[in-house]
Design a binder for this molecule. Structure first.
Ligand SMILES: NC(=O)c1ccc[n+]([C@@H]2O[C@H](COP(=O)([O-])OP(=O)(O)OC[C@H]3O[C@@H](n4cnc5c(N)ncnc54)[C@H](O)[C@@H]3O)[C@@H](O)[C@H]2O)c1
Length: 336
């Protein structure tokens, strides 16, 4: 694997625990970090990804390095016929993503994008039940995603902005239900973090998407939330509604004179909230490699989410609704 930071350590633990795979290498230019993680799981550590790709016994690589490194690592892996699970986003520049997609044409190596929320048991169950027709025709999707606290200024400066960094997960979740999005309208605001405003970014965002069949998606994002990591989803249809609420570490409820049904605080942040999703994501990647079925979400899904994020950023800065000319179908194919 490439990168042994926050998310790399989650994937390393899951790879090591998976019965069908071995963690062979941990590559990170911060060799002390690579060595620390490699030692935990009996893998080899290196400061250079070249060592990883020189290993001809490698079947797959998990890319957990900073976003600007993703495209080069995808190219290196695919060029050697090695399957890739790459963290989101593919890149912050849609031009580079398009050029990479063109270069991947004809290659057989699997590429999967790390949109882990598709593998959250609750969200995946809602999607499966919507597809089974339980709520009739899907009319509205409401996605709430608020981080517990804003990241530091250094993170904001390199993030690509709230739409490409944070909303991209929710835009992918929208596409998980409604792949053919035709219109994006977005608003951004700065309500609590001066340094985010000074960086030209927003700490609060609201996005509306319109699906090809008239479905409406509402996404609400905030870089902070006083009550913790807020991750909810609601699907509304002609025959009913399906909803997934926040998750607490236990089901204990307190009852007192001032309040009832008091739950523990929510899971603190993504590492805890989506722990099961990261495991299921890896399971899906390994299954795809073993069975040869296409990886999902694939490279095109990563590109589609970035197209929507770019449109949201454009809408928020111009005040206009942005039409999406490209459609990425359920099968992941790009068509005009
Ligand atoms: N899916 C999710 O829930 C999720 C969550 C967090 C981060 N991410 C994504 O994962 C990526 C990494 O984020 P993070 O928070 O773990 O960052 P991080 O800074 O904690 O870790 C990144 C690690 O990669 C190393 N690195 C730098 N250049 C490298 C290279 N060329 N090859 C190998 N390793 C290299 C760094 O030294 C560092 O140890 C980002 O693209 C981010 O958007 C996804």
């Amino acid at each position: 694997m490439c990168g042994s930071g926050r998310i790399g350590r989650v994937h390393a633990a899951n790879i090591a625990a998976h019965p069908g795979v071995n963690l062979a290498w941990v590559a990170d230019p911060v060799i002390s970090s690579a060595s620390e993680v490699a030692a935990l799981y009996g893998a080899r550590a290196t400061g250079s990804t070249d060592d990883v790709f020189a290993d001809t016994s490698l079947d797959a690589v998990v890319v957990c390095s900073p976003t600007p490194t993703h495209i080069d690592l995808i190219r290196a892996a695919v060029g050697r016929g090695v399957a890739v699970l790459c963290e989101k986003p593919i890149d912050l520049d849609i031009g580079r993503v398009r050029s990479c997609l063109a270069d991947l044409a004809g290659s057989t190596a699997a590429v999967m994008m790390g949109f882990n929320r598709r593998f959250d048991p609750a969200f995946a169950a809602i999607r499966q039940r919507v597809q089974a027709g339980e709520i009739g025709r899907l009319e509205q999707l409401t996605i709430t995603s608020r981080d517990p606290a804003p990241p530091p200024a250094s993170y904001i400066a390199a993030s690509g902005g709230i739409f490409r960094d944070m909303s991209i997960h929710d835009l992918d979740m929208a596409r998980f239900f409604i792949p053919d999005v035709v219109e994006v309208t977005a608003h951004g605001a700065n309500v609590s973090s001066d340094y985010i405003a000074e960086a030209g970014d927003f700490d609060s965002a609201a996005i509306t998407l319109r699906g090809r069949n008239g479905e409406l998606v509402s996404i609400t994002n905030s870089r902070h939330s006083a009550y913790g990591y807020d991750q909810r989803l609601e699907a509304f249809g002609s025959q009913g509604m399906l909803r997934a609420d926040n998750i607490s570490p236990t089901t204990v409820r307190s009852f007192g004179t001032l309040a009832v049904e008091g739950a523990d605080p929510y899971e603190p942040f993504f590492l805890e909230r989506y722990a099961a999703a990261y495991r299921r994501e890896l399971d899906a990647f390994v299954d795809a490699i073993h069975t040869g079925i296409p990886c999902s979400p694939g490279f095109e899904d990563g590109m589609a989410a970035l197209i929507l994020a770019d449109a949201a950023a454009e809408s928020a800065s111009t005040g206009k609704t942005i039409a999406i000319e490209e459609v990425i179908t359920h099968e992941g194919a790009l068509r005009k």
